[in-house]
Design a binder for this molecule. Structure first.
Ligand code: COA
Length: 382
């Protein structure tokens, strides 16, 4: 194709508007709104259940609506026994993201409303999926580590239940509060890769479980949700603040990507970084591990100087998760435990106003040509 005839093309869809949404707005100048509310205000004034309602219904809940969503989530925490049995079949060392993705895919077959894509049915399915994703993570991890399963506690909220069922004891209120804040911070981020993948799947009018499975598969990669697991490996490898600069300079010289830095949309900083940095600082002081934040800050200074790149949320999420006692391979599943709420809202929005997402590609292969006979005879099998 000659250059003049080429249609507009943006590698990686950078800057392309691929759809409309009323759920979330990412401001490239370091802002983030859920349904018009600033993320900082939500993180300090709303809990995860309220944000779930906000994302799914469009408004913050009244006290009665908050009680409704809390009850619904609490009532749907249990997994079908067959799914629990399947969690016992994975080979040792299976990654929790693979277990979670398989678990969600299997849950589809137990949902009597699987093929009803109406708004009301999708809302009901979302309130089943959100608590069950949490249970798949906690039960999957405990089974993989030969620990007895913890029954859900109806008196505990979503964040406290997650910790209770993972750690095997009810969490201190301060720990549950921090986990709740992180769930709020990660709940949505408009057309990020996993949400877009979920919307592409939903646009074929495939069911909500299929779309969430696509989202989970996409989240796993280290350019997206997998970055927080890789970031912790990096920070542990660096070890101390005074090694940060030489460590990063060596990798940059080898043209390696530094985890926890860069973002497709934010160019002046990730809106979630200041809160996550503050949580890391508080936890560092509480546990006498105050070196993580200065190490990250040294990395930030070097990356700004060398590449003009800002930290993204995963840089500080990694030490926060570590200090909270989360097993490192649960970093990305824990992200999914929050993002499931945003995925469900986006899948519903896609189903409600659907048009198949089907872009074109720019063909770069050989021009049309004829199949040539081999040694004078036809290529067809005789
Ligand atoms: N470390 C080092 N260099 C980076 C970088 C990073 N984390 N992120 C981007 N860059 C560099 C690229 O090498 C490129 O430099 P060049 O122009 O000299 O070749 C430039 O910045 C533009 O990068 P590009 O890969 O085109 O940006 P993108 O928008 O396609 O990628 C990410 C965005 C998030 C995939 C990318 O920044 C990244 O891989 N970050 C690390 C993984 C991560 O933390 N992901 C979580 C995101 S919330």
């Amino acid at each position: 194709m000659n250059a003049a005839a080429r249609p507009g093309y943006s590698p990686g869809l950078e800057g392309v508007i691929a759809g409309e949404t009323s759920i979330c707005w990412v401001d490239p100048n370091a802002g983030l709104l859920y349904r018009g509310y600033d993320i900082h205000e939500l993180a300090s004034r709303a809990n995860f259940e309220e944000v779930v309602w906000l994302l799914l219904y469009g408004e913050l809940p009244t006290p009665e609506q908050l009680a409704v969503i809390s009850r619904r989530l609490a009532a749907e925490r249990a997994l079908p026994v067959q799914v629990e049995t399947t969690l016992r079949q994975f080979p040792q060392g299976a990654h929790p993201m693979d277990i979670l993705r398989t678990g969600v895919s299997m849950l589809a077959t137990f949902d009597p409303e699987l093929n009803d894509h109406s708004h009301e049915a999708n809302l009901r399915k979302a309130s089943r999926l959100i608590p069950k994703v949490s249970t798949l993570i906690t039960d999957g991890w405990r089974i993989a580590h030969s620990k007895p399963l913890m029954p859900a506690r109806p008196d505990l909220g979503h964040a406290a239940n997650f910790l209770h069922r993972l750690m095997g004891e009810p969490p201190d209120p301060w720990r549950a509060k921090i986990v709740d804040t992180i769930l709020v911070l990660y709940a949505d981020h408009e057309f990020n890769a996993s949400t877009f993948a979920a919307r592409v799947t939903a646009s074929t009018m495939a069911d909500i479980y299929a779309a969430v499975t696509s989202g989970l598969a996409t989240l796993k990669g280290p350019r997206h949700g997998g970055a927080n697991e890789e970031t912790m490996k990096m920070l542990r490898d660096i070890g101390s603040t005074d090694r940060a600069e030489s460590w990063v300079m060596e990798r940059l010289a080898r043209k390696e990507k530094i985890m926890g830095f860069g973002h497709r949309v934010y160019k002046k900083g990730d809106s979630r970084v200041p809160m996550m940095r503050e949580l890391a600082r508080q936890l560092g002081q509480r546990f006498g591990q105050e070196h993580w934040v200065p190490t990250c800050e040294r990395l930030e200074a070097v990356m700004e100087r060398e590449k003009k790149l800002c930290a993204n949320v995963d840089l500080y999420a990694a030490p926060v998760f570590f200090l909270l006692g989360l097993p490192p391979d649960l970093n990305t599943p824990f992200f999914a435990c929050s993002r499931i709420s945003g995925w469900c809202a986006h899948i519903m929005e896609q189903h409600d106003h659907n048009r198949l997402i089907r872009p074109r590609s720019l063909y770069t292969g050989p021009p049309q040509r004829a199949v040539q006979p081999v040694n004078g005879s036809s290529r067809q099998a005789t």
